[in-house]
Design a protein around this ligand. Structure first.
Ligand SMILES: Cc1ncc(COP(=O)(O)O)c(C=O)c1O
Length: 386
C-alpha cells in the first residue's frame, strides 16, 4: 500500500537540493567555525554566508540572526531571555501571550510564572483565533516585559494580523515576539513589515533538516542568554554551531522565497477542495480556525461532533493516509486540545479534531484519493465513538 503523507505542519521531508547543499559539511568541511586554521575558516565562511542569506531573505541585518537548535529553542530564548532582561533592567514582571500559543511559548511562560514570579496574562481571541486589537491595548501594562503572539497557529491555521499589533507595541516600547514557525514556512517575511522584535523559525517545517532554527533579534532588543558558555551567536547562544544543518536551513529558506508564490498557488486550490468537500459532505462538521483569507495555504482543520479524533487518525493511517488530530504534540493524548477548548469548543466537538496539511509535492490525485475514503472512515469511527 502506498502511504500518503498529509501532515506537513508536523514536519516536512528534506528537499534534495537542501541535502546536496549540506553534504560537504558533513564530510570534508567538518571544521569548527571558531578554529583559526583553514578547516575552521571554511566552516566560518559557510556560517557567515548562511547568516547573510537568511538575513537578506528576512530584510534583516546578519547581526540580527541567531542560529538555534529548533523552533522551540527560539521561542524559549526569546521569551525567557527578554523576560529576564527586562526584569533586570526595569523590574518588569508582566508577560502577555495569546491563549492558543504553541507549548514552546505556553510552557515557557508557565514556568516563568511558577518558578520566577512573572505574571502571565492571556489575550482574548475570537473563535477563529484572531487577537482583538482593542482588547490587546487594554491588556498592556506599564510593567509589561514582553508580548508573544504567534504569526500562524499550528492546529487551526489562523494567520494573525501582526503588523497592527506590533505597531501598538512599538509605540509603547514593549518588545514583541512572534512564533512564525508555521507562518514562515509558507509566507515571505519582512521584519519591518511584520514590525515585531523577535521571530522564531524552524527549518523542518520548510523542507530543511530537523534540529535547527532561527531567532531573529531586532537590533537593540535586550536579551539574556539562556544557554551560557562560549561567545557564539553574538553571545546569545553558546555552542559550536551546527554548520551542515545551518547551511541546509539557509538553502531551504532561500527556496521558500524563490518558490513561495508558486507553492501557494498550488496549495490553495487543493486546500479549498478539502475544506469545501468536508463542509458539504460530512454531517456535523465544522472548519476550525481562520477563514480562507486568514489561513495557512496548506492547512485544513476540522472538528466533527461525537467522534474520537485520535481513532480517526488511526483509521486513516490504516487506509494509508497520515493526518493528525490537533497538534502532533497531542497525539495519543485523549484530552481535548487546549487550543480548541480555549476557542470555546465543547469536548464533544473538541475531541473530534482532524488536521490535514498539504505539502509542495502533494498531488491532485492524492487529495482525490483522500476525499474518496474520508467519509467512510468518519462513518466507521462515529459508529464506535457513540
Ligand atoms: C507554531 C509552532 N511553534 C513551535 C514549534 C516547535 O518547533 P520545533 O519542532 O522546531 O521545536 C512548532 C512545531 O510543531 C510549531 O508548529
Amino acid at each position: 500500500m502506498k502511504r500518503i503523507y498529509l501532515d506537513y505542519a508536523a514536519t516536512t521531508p528534506v528537499d534534495e537540493r537542501v541535502i546536496d547543499a549540506m553534504l560537504p559539511y558533513f564530510k570534508e568541511n567538518f571544521g569548527n567555525p571558531s578554529s583559526v586554521h583553514g578547516f575552521g575558516q571554511i566552516s566560518d565562511s559557510a556560517l557567515d554566508k548562511s547568516r547573510r542569506s537568511i538575513a537578506a531573505n528576512l530584510g534583516a541585518e546578519p547581526s540580527e540572526i541567531v542560529f538555534t537548535s529548533c523552533g522551540s529553542e527560539s521561542d524559549n530564548l526569546a521569551i525567557r531571555g527578554t523576560a529576564f532582561s527586562r526584569r533586570k533592567q526595569f523590574g518588569f514582571n508582566h508577560i502577555l501571550i495569546s491563549p492558543i500559543e504553541h507549548p514552546a511559548v505556553q510552557a515557557t511562560a508557565d514556568q516563568l510564572s511558577a518558578l520566577h514570579g512573572f505574571e502571565v496574562s492571556y489575550l482574548p481571541v475570537d473563535q477563529l483565533g484572531l487577537v482583538d486589537r482593542e482588547a490587546f491595548e487594554n491588556h498592556l501594562r506599564e510593567d509589561t516585559a514582553l508580548v508573544s503572539i504567534m504569526a500562524a497557529n499550528n492546529e487551526i491555521g489562523t494567520i494573525n494580523h501582526l503588523p497592527e499589533i506590533s505597531e501598538i507595541c512599538r509605540n509603547r516600547r514593549i518588545p514583541i515576539h512572534t512564533d512564525a514557525v508555521q507562518y514562515g514556512a509558507h509566507h515571505e517575511i519582512n521584519v519591518d513589515t511584520l514590525g515585531v522584535d523577535l521571530i522564531s523559525l524552524g527549518a523542518h517545517k520548510f523542507y530543511g533538516p530537523k534540529g535547527v532554527g532561527v531567532l531573529y533579534v531586532r537590533s537593540g532588543t535586550k536579551l539574556l542568554p539562556t544557554q551560557t558558555g562560549g561567545s557564539q551567536e553574538f553571545g546569545f547562544r553558546a555552542a559550536t554551531e551546527n554548520i551542515p544543518l545551518i547551511v541546509g536551513m539557509a538553502e531551504a529558506y532561500r527556496l521558500v522565497q524563490e518558490e513561495g508564490p508558486s507553492r501557494r498557488e498550488h496549495l490553495i486550490p487543493l486546500r479549498n477542495q478539502i475544506i469545501n468537500f468536508v463542509l458539504d459532505e460530512i454531517p456535523a462538521s465544522l472548519l476550525t480556525g481562520g477563514s480562507l483569507q486568514h489561513r495557512l495555504p496548506n492547512h485544513a482543520s476540522f472538528v466533527f461532533e461525537n467522534l474520537d479524533g485520535n481513532l480517526l487518525v488511526q483509521v486513516l493511517d490504516s487506509e494509508g493516509f497520515a493526518c493528525s488530530s490537533g497538534s502532533a504534540c497531542k497525539t495519543g493524548d485523549p484530552k481535548p486540545s487546549s487550543v480548541l477548548t480555549n476557542l470555546g469548543y465543547e469536548p464533544n466537538w473538541a475531541l473530534g479534531s482532524l488536521r490535514v496539511t498539504l505539502g509542495k509535492d502533494t498531488t491532485q490525485k492524492e487529495v482525490d484519493q483522500f476525499l474518496e475514503i474520508l467519509p467512510g472512515c468518519i462513518r466507521r469511527v462515529r459508529e464506535v465513538s457513540s
